[in-house]
Design a binder for this molecule. Structure first.
Ligand code: UD1
Ligand code: UDP
Length: 373
């Protein structure tokens, strides 16, 4: 991808802008930022760490979204947190040293994000964090640790919602480093709307009436063998009311199958879906049950009621300005019944600046930063 942009005037700081991506949620966030920077003629390098590697967890996003091929795939793969983060850091240290970027851009809260942040900081390379400042205040989530560390090390804190700004301010971040830019994942959603085909999704999953879509992958839900029986009972209580299509993340697949999740006629468990197929399904759904961060945001914009099976969310804006509500395994069946009875909202608010232009705003902030340097 290097050379996509050109800077004959030498306006910007030397060295490319280097993006570090690696896991499924990174790709729809990076695409609009890369496009925005390309439009400004800024040289870029796209690194894929290989944290996710199955076709439907990675490659499909490069086929379906306007994303250039990665310049490098580090092939890091799966491992425990320490081993995966260590491998990421070793590989990234060599890449960042070699490419000498003027800015490293990281996305969200995955291990690839925090590993890149640590490496960039120790090489004294400036860092921009897209989706800065989100906080669940729950340190049992690995993502919360990743968010806090990454934000602390970032020169540019690019926020998707006003609550994130308040968290960063309270933590003592330099106000000049904080920018409310909107949500690049929503740029991708709005830019792809006419490719989300509800009729096709219905026919592929044999759905002729109301239906729910579910996703489950948080360690807090799927990792503890003692807890999954209750999760399975809660999901079956939803499937008693409405068919549930569940594209199941590989993380919990075996444990949930072993606990009997698949053994209900209303549960339709499928492999992870490509982005367009998944969003086509979500767009037509009467209800979504999830523990995903991104899905809370996407349902908010699509006006699809979202029941988030978690004790907290780092995305409270999807509750105050969207269709999201938190549920427990104990309340899920009852809230499902109430939500299906009310139906989808006719009108609903959306968070400020979730308007499809976040990638351009990020690019504007980055180009200003590079000029100043
Ligand atoms: C990661 C992120 C999480 C994010 C999720 C999005 C961290 C700490 N967690 O969780 O924040 O919400 O991605 O999907 O970075 N696996 C495959 N194929 C793949 C990728 C993973 O089979 O392409 C399986 C492996 O068994 C692996 C497990 O999934 O051990 C977990 O993968 P990992 O990347 O460690 O974490 P996720 O649970 O995917
Ligand atoms: N997604 C997808 N196919 C699926 C499930 C999810 O394309 O089967 C997309 C969807 O856009 C979602 C994004 O992947 O917002 C990231 O999802 P995930 O739940 O894996 O990550 P999180 O946002 O929780 O970190």
């Amino acid at each position: 991808m290097a050379g996509l942009g050109s800077d004959p005037e030498g306006t910007y700081m030397h060295g490319p802008v280097l993006h570090v991506t690696g896991a499924r949620p990174n790709f729809p966030k990076a695409a609009p930022v890369i496009r925005g920077l390309d439009a400004l003629g800024i040289d870029q390098v796209l690194v894929h760490t290989g944290q996710h590697y199955d076709d439907k967890m990675s490659e499909v996003f490069f086929r379906e979204l306007d994303l250039p091929r990665p310049d490098l795939n580090l092939g890091v793969g799966s491992a425990s947190h320490a081993t995966q983060t260590a491998k990421l850091m070793v590989e990234l240290e060599s890449v960042l040293t070699d490419r000498a970027p003027s800015l490293v851009v990281v996305y969200g809260d995955v291990n690839s994000t925090v590993a890149a942040a640590l490496v960039a900081a120790k090489l004294e390379q400036p860092l921009a964090h897209v989706e800065a400042g989100l906080r669940s205040f729950d340190l049992s989530m690995p993502e919360e640790i990743n968010r806090m560390v990454t934000d602390r090390l970032s020169a540019l804190l690019l926020c998707t919602s006003p609550d994130a700004i308040a968290h960063l301010a309270r933590e003592g971040a330099d106000p000049d480093s904080i920018h409310l830019v909107g949500n690049p994942m929503i740029d991708t959603l709005l830019g792809s709307l006419d490719r989300f085909d509800v009729d096709r999704a219905r026919s592929e999953h044999d759905l002729d009436g109301p239906y729910a879509v579910a996703t489950l992958h948080r360690p807090g839900n799927v990792d503890d063998p003692g807890d999954v029986a209750a999760l399975v009972r809660a999901m079956h209580a939803v499937a008693d009311q409405v068919p549930v299509v569940l594209p199941l993340h590989p993380r919990g697949w075996e444990r949930l199958r072993g606990a009997g999740l698949f053994d209900h006629p209303g549960m339709r468990i499928v492999d992870p879906l490509g982005y367009l197929d998944f969003m086509g399904l979500v767009r037509g759904a009467d209800l979504v049950v999830t523990d995903s961060g991104g899905v809370q945001e996407e349902t908010t914009v699509l006006g699809v009621p979202c029941l988030t099976l978690r004790p907290n969310t780092e995305r409270p804006v999807t509750i105050t300005h969207g269709t999201n509500q938190l549920v427990t395994r104990e309340t899920l069946a009852e809230v499902t019944a109430a939500t299906l009875a009310v139906g989808r909202p006719q009108t609903w608010p959306t968070p400020p600046l979730w308007d499809g232009k976040a990638g351009d705003r990020v690019a504007g902030v980055i180009s200003g930063f590079l000029r100043e340097k």
